[in-house]
Design a protein around this ligand. Structure first.
Ligand SMILES: Cc1ncc(COP(=O)(O)O)c(C=O)c1O
Length: 381
């Protein structure tokens, strides 16, 4: 089947956060949703669910849990039990819940998706960070710095972004093993946010859930997943945590009590269809995103003052625009974006030290991407 990611779908004037925040003359390539319609089987499942006409409180069904159990087995060879699953309407909630559930400080590496820093703050947890290293070979962990930071902090929870938003790395086994080793050394729970796990663009790599590293890693893990990024249904609010350790799972559930709402029935219907019937759509999407990634990487490589490392995973490009701004007389990347009429995410939101960076969401039509790149690369102050 041929899937169409090129025909325009008007999102201006709808309920879209991405398209509603800025004026009509701004191209929005910021918040992480894609401009594509959901896969046809998802839309058909939603239509069937709407036809039923009754939308009472939902409870997760056996079919829903089985869809996840089968999906993670099929995609990663990960064997999990249905009872390890905890359903939530979103993973930002889950990041906050895990910070509430695990007593003690929180450790993470920056730059990182902003809720990794706001969730510990919301729960009044001390946050310890180390910076990822921007090396010639790409973004790398600074494990020595992580070890030093963990040895002097009272961290009990490692928030891991795997694959990583915004730097686009698909972590290798060696890196995950080192994280597992440090987690064991300092007795940490590892909450591995794997929301982007099915968006591996570099075909040399396969996603491996952190919890698959071994029994010790599994016992100290909370794995967060959702169909929202991959199948472009973040507005439908369905996500899950996999928590093999029963004691940890009940602490997580207790932290949710009275705060996290029931799973919505529309999201449930969409999730089953996404996990069971959309492999060919996903393969086509990944091909399309690979083409978009190449377009961005080539444009950045051809532009004086811009720099990025290849995107291994996600539909997000993390671009250092500091030198371009200095060359062209922009005060900062925000001024460059404003002058270009393109909305990107500011690097500052991902780390105070990343004010020179922008995050560009290339989950859009290629024509939109070409237009945005032409505006960005052509603009002068
Ligand atoms: C790493 C990561 N976690 C969580 C989310 C959002 O999760 P949700 O929409 O389920 O709250 C995002 C969205 O971009 C993300 O990149």
């Amino acid at each position: 089947m041929v899937f169409d990611f090129d025909t325009p779908i008007e999102r201006r004037g709808t309920d879209s956060m991405k398209w509603g925040r800025y004026g009509a003359d701004v191209l929005p390539l910021w918040v992480a949703d894609m401009d594509f319609a959901a896969p046809p089987p998802v839309i058909a499942a939603l239509q069937r669910r709407l036809d039923h006409g009754v939308f009472g409180y939902g409870i997760e069904t056996e079919a829903l849990n089985a869809a996840v159990v089968n999906y993670v087995h099929r995609r990663y060879g990960w064997d999990i039990e249905a009872e390890w699953l905890v359903w939530l309407p979103g993973l930002v909630s889950a990041l906050n819940v895990v910070c509430k559930a695990v007593e003690g400080g929180v450790f993470t590496a920056t730059p990182v998706y902003p809720p990794f820093m706001s969730a510990p703050k919301n729960e009044k947890r001390a946050l310890t960070t180390t910076a990822l290293l921007d090396t010639e070979q790409g973004w790398r962990w600074d494990f020595e710095a992580a070890d030093r930071a963990l040895s002097v902090s009272a961290s009990k929870l490692w928030l891991l972004c795997h694959p990583h938003n915004p730097v686009g790395r698909a972590w290798r086994d060696e890196e995950l093993n080192e994280i597992a080793r440090l987690a064991q050394k300092y007795d940490l729970i590892v909450c591995s946010d794997e929301i982007h796990c099915d968006l591996i663009l570099d075909t040399r790599y396969r996603h491996k859930p952190f919890a698959m590293l071994g029994t010790d890693a599994a016992e100290r893990s909370v794995t967060l997943m959702a169909p929202s990024k991959t199948y472009n249904i973040p507005g439908l609010g369905a996500a899950w945590a996999v928590i093999p350790n029963a004691a940890l799972r009940s602490r997580f559930r207790e932290a949710m009590a009275g705060i996290v709402p029931h799973l919505n029935v529309i999201g449930m219907a969409a999730t089953i269809a996404a996990l069971e019937d959309c492999d060919d759509w996903l393969a086509a999407l990944l091909d399309y995103l690979r083409g978009n990634a190449r377009l961005v990487e080539d444009a950045v490589a051809a532009t004086s003052g811009l720099r990025m490392h290849p995107v291994e995973a996600t539909y997000l490009a993390w671009i250092d625009a500091g030198e371009l701004c200095r060359q062209r007389g922009f005060a900062d990347p925000e001024a460059w974006c404003t002058a270009s009429g393109v909305a990107l995410s500011s690097g500052r939101d991902f780390s105070a030290a990343c004010g020179d960076f922008v995050r560009l969401n290339f989950g859009c039509r290629r024509a939109t991407l070409r237009k945005a790149l032409a505006s960005l690369l052509g603009s002068t102050s």
